[in-house]
Ligand binder design. Sequence first.
Ligand code: IVH
Length: 708
Amino acid sequence: RCRSLVSSTQQRTETDQAMATKKHQPNINPDEITTKKDAKRAIRELREAVEYHDHRYYVLDDPIISDSEYDQLFAALEALEEKFPDLQTENSPTRRVGGEPRYDLQEVRHPAPVLSLKAVSEEDDVRGFERTVKQKLNQTSVELVAEPKYDGLSIELIYVNGELTTASTRGDGYTGEDVTDNIRTMREIPLKLHGQKKDLPRRLVVRGEIYMDRDAFEKLNGRLEDSHRKPFANPRNAAAGSVRQLDPNVAAERPLRAFFYEAAIVEPEKEDTHYEMLQRLKSWGLRINQTHSKRCKNIDEFLKYHAEMEKQRDNLPYEIDGVVCKVNRLDHQEELGARSRNPRWAIAYKFESRQATTRLKEIDVQVGRTGALTPVAILEPVQIGGVEVTRASLHNQSEIDRKDILVGDDVIVERAGDVIPYVVGPVKERRNGKERKFSMPDKCPVCKSNVVMSDDKKNARCTRMDCPAQLRERIKHYASREALDIDGLGNRTAEQMVETEIVSSIASLYELDEDDLGQLEGMGKKSIHKLLQSIEQSKQATLDRFIYGLGIPLIGMQTSRELAQSFRTLEDVMKASEKTLRENVGVGGEAARSVHTFFNDDHNRGIVEQIQNAGLSLSNPFAGGEGPLAGQKFVFTGSLERWTRDEAERLVTSLGGQASSSVSGETDYVVAGPGGGSKLEKAEEQDTPVMDEEEFVAFLKERDAIEE
Ligand code: IVH
């Protein structure tokens, strides 16, 4: 959990604080609680407190306790639930994360059909809407509510007796997909509605939009790119993809947000108006858009709101593609009903289009920061929403094929907010036969080395690690905290290093001296000294971090760890065949191929060798892990019948143990076959248990580590 306190915390009032201390910060020590009765009460208080602070933090954006105080509450709750397992419940805040991955999403039937809004783009149509509404209701004026039209994914939540039971996507309007496990991971979604029992609805079916803030979306994409995964095209896709994730643990890490805008069913009864209903949802802890939900006396006020929001559009943290106008009185809404699948009581007024049609003159290929090759459309310049657009993203080969885009086509281009314009698709009717197909080059346009293309044609990458286009980013990546953690080597320094040509690869970092670094702007003696020191320190690294730092296409932190788990040393990884990689590491064929291709490149091998010669010393904390042999160190000596030495060592590692080549004080067992020499002697010398092969097999069977 990454909570950073906003400034309002510092300005919190004393009453807030006193309140927080008394009711919302129960002082409970799990060790002192011994009876179930006390545990029950303590757990209830802690759950309420955690939910309360989640709400303050995520929904109200106004936390009143520090991160560590929050963590304490959470830890106390976890401890008590562990101590009294039968008091654990589905809707405890400790249970938000950790569902099992699924194979598919189940279908759920909506209790009432999910309609869709009629969307218009002309003022006249909006005025027409008001006229019809007034006519049908036989009223001279009708109050309206204006809201943003969010560009996300609609969601329906069902609360029974205040408890969240189901979350589902819209689907076809009648049945949607069950995404409860993913939605539960969002801390701004209450698992229990707030308020006293008497104020809670027996049943509530509430609808809203799940979306991602633009900032969070950019960061997420950065993270995905860093780990060589495919970024999302826009925040909407990112939100939709995350909500429909099969693995709730992945969904939990996605920065999803929600606004609720419709109470479809409220039992026993609704409020009188939509606006009051929104306030009610808010009181139950559901996030509504208070700032931008506005009551309008008539359609002129709504049109003003529309104009204002269109201006504001790019300043909002999230994307909206229009505004919605709703009749405020719920009895009026009911009277108006629906026509086909659109309610007659609401309409969406879209913003001016941000699309234009223009000629796709050429497709350029850019080499990005991790060596990713991206096709870029070179366009006949065109104005979109007051900005001249000359280039647009085409994402990847697979997208170009899917959309059937040809060079020379007239294409529709969209520019949304600050994001890079992209090609929506071709206008096929305008083809004249001179258009031609595009294929990604098989050589890098910058360094001319081979390009690897993923099977799905979504990722094309340059395979050479010192390709100048990538150098700066490679250095940054190598120095990053998750990799070799070279303090003082950030963005600006890496950029200058490449500009001044004092580095030509990550290996040349180890050749830098004071004079070289002296050439960099703003580097004093002290920082030079510090940087050289951190570069020196980075030579003592762990295998997984080093592999990750090399920036091998498709190999993120997780796979790097898996490689370190399966192979003891860097040499083992480097010499492994594609087949061995595929069979020994839980990675797919593409990742295996990528590792193999990478280490088979003489250039790349040379760079690794240079780093090794500079004094790289790798340890491997993953030679050992979880499993029946976890925490145990084995040494093999002599010849074995059943396995080769290598196989035996790998077996131990795969069972969570560690295999080492020499006997030390840390060795737990020596397995000796015939011909065991000095290692056997050493083991006997220091009283390390020795077993022969038969005993070793029995030892493994006893621990259910092998069968037969
Ligand atoms: S009210 C018609 N309010 O727009 C049912 N919908 O076609 C009542 N949407 O998929 C919907 N912002 O996900 C409503 N403020 C808002 C909305 C909104 C976005 C979406 C919704 C639906 C689509 C309507």
